[in-house]
Design a binder for this molecule. Structure first.
Ligand SMILES: NC(=O)c1ccc[n+]([C@@H]2O[C@H](COP(=O)([O-])OP(=O)(O)OC[C@H]3O[C@@H](n4cnc5c(N)ncnc54)[C@H](O)[C@@H]3O)[C@@H](O)[C@H]2O)c1
Length: 379
């Protein structure tokens, strides 16, 4: 079996998971041959380069793993394809649809492979449910809903090279980092992975409680493969209001469930309308499986589990949201509580739960979110 040489772009942050993976590689004859990171020092697992072109000339890797900030994905992926490499890319595919499509075009010109790290797509439990859904075991999808409330504070927004919550970097490269393009991107992706179709008729509300350019709170509605899609996410709720991902996917004859209100999800279960329940097992969301999937694809011809086309569905959804609402609304300062470590919005979690139950989009008034036609307008 020929050795596969891997070059890793990025060494800390999420990239550290790939560094760890090479301490006990899951496949034989796969070697971390180089790392590229102009900000790293003292990295001793393999030769470290600050300059990518020098690395390509000296190492000639087969696979490039890109785990760098979003705004670098396009140029680093395109460059890797131009050097004839296969690319394992951290999510999201890119900051905007134009960059994402440029990556796919470079892949096709080079005739190389690309997979993207939305780790739910690599989870055997999720894949088993997807196989059954695609085989028609549950009937047609009707409504896919999710809610994720993950408090994030000033340390999160100030981390690393300060790209969190920004639209563009100093060179004008698209970032559009937001609650939905980063931490909770996996759950939007999972809905679209299940339907396999783009989201259409997008409507949304985006808000911010933090001093960022994008948004830390979003409510999204749309239609994918004929099913209603609804998602509510926020980083601006109190720690005691935290909600781990809760997924409810309703099909014609059954519904899929992961998590419950106040409960961290473990198993993915399906409840059939005849009363029977099937437990698919524990969802593990394994890190770095995308790398081993790429190795298997190259050596064994195994299918790629999250292709560029799949990942593009998430990028296109976010682009549609920006068309609906180019600028997030700002929560009134009177509602934002700064406890020294984070900004949180009074009453926000309750309003997002109400949105999740009713699948209605809230509006923002001076007293917070309200539901037109249901509440006395407070704006
Ligand atoms: N799959 C997941 O669950 C998950 C979780 C977190 C982050 N991510 C993704 O991982 C990527 C990196 O996010 P992060 O928070 O770790 O970012 P980060 O800002 O911590 O940077 C990651 C690494 O990239 C390096 N880097 C910066 N500029 C570089 C350059 N020009 N060339 C090479 N290396 C460079 C940094 O020094 C660092 O080692 C993003 O795409 C993010 O969305 C994925």
């Amino acid at each position: 079996m020929d050795e596969l040489r891997v070059a890793l772009f990025g060494t800390s942050g999420f990239a550290a998971n790939y560094v760890e993976a090479f301490k006990a590689p899951k496949r034989e004859n796969v070697r971390l041959a180089a790392a590229v990171d102009p900000y790293a020092s003292g990295f001793d697992m393999c030769p470290l380069y600050a300059d990518a072109e020098r690395m390509y000339a000296e190492v000639r890797p087969h696979i490039v793993v890109i785990a760098t900030p979003i705004q670098l994905h396009k140029e680093q992926a395109v460059q890797a394809f131009e050097h004839g490499c296969h690319v394992v890319l951290e999510k999201p595919l890119a900051g905007c649809a134009g960059d994402a499509k440029a990556i796919l075009a470079a892949r096709d010109r080079a005739g190389r492979l690309l997979n993207v790290d939305y780790q739910l797509c690599y989870d055997p439990v999720i894949r088993a449910a997807k196989r059954d859904a695609d085989a028609g075991r549950f009937g047609a999808p009707k409504q896919l809903k999710a809610i994720v409330l993950w408090p994030r504070g000033f340390v999160y927004y100030g981390r690393s090279t300060h790209w969190a919550g920004r639209k563009y970097d100093a060179q004008g490269r698209a970032i559009f980092d937001s609650v939905l393009n980063n931490a909770t991107a996996h759950y939007l992706m999972n809905m679209l992975f299940m339907t396999g179709q783009p989201i259409r008729d997008v409507n949304c509300r985006t808000y911010r409680a933090n001093p960022i350019e994008t948004y830390d709170t979003a409510v999204l509605k749309g239609i994918s493969a004929g099913a209603d899609v609804f998602l509510a996410v926020s980083h601006a709720v109190a720690p005691e209001e935290k909600q781990e991902p809760l997924l409810e996917y309703r099909f014609e004859h059954a519904s899929l469930h992961f998590g419950a209100k106040g409960v961290r999800g473990s198993s993915l279960t399906v409840r059939f309308d005849d009363g029977s329940v099937l437990d698919y097992g524990t969802v593990k969301q394994p890190y770095t499986e995308n790398l081993w999937n790429m190795v298997d694809a190259l050596r064994l011809g195994s299918p790629l589990l999250c292709t560029g086309e799949t990942a593009l569905l998430q990028t296109l959804a976010l682009e549609s949201m920006r068309q609906v609402q180019p600028e997030a609304e700002v929560f009134p300062p009177s509602l934002v509580l700064n406890d020294g470590s984070m900004n949180r919005v009074e009453g926000l979690a309750d309003a997002l739960w109400r949105a999740f139950e009713t699948t209605e989009l809230p509006e923002l008034g001076k007293n917070g979110l309200f539901f037109p036609g249901k509440d006395i307008e407070n704006s």
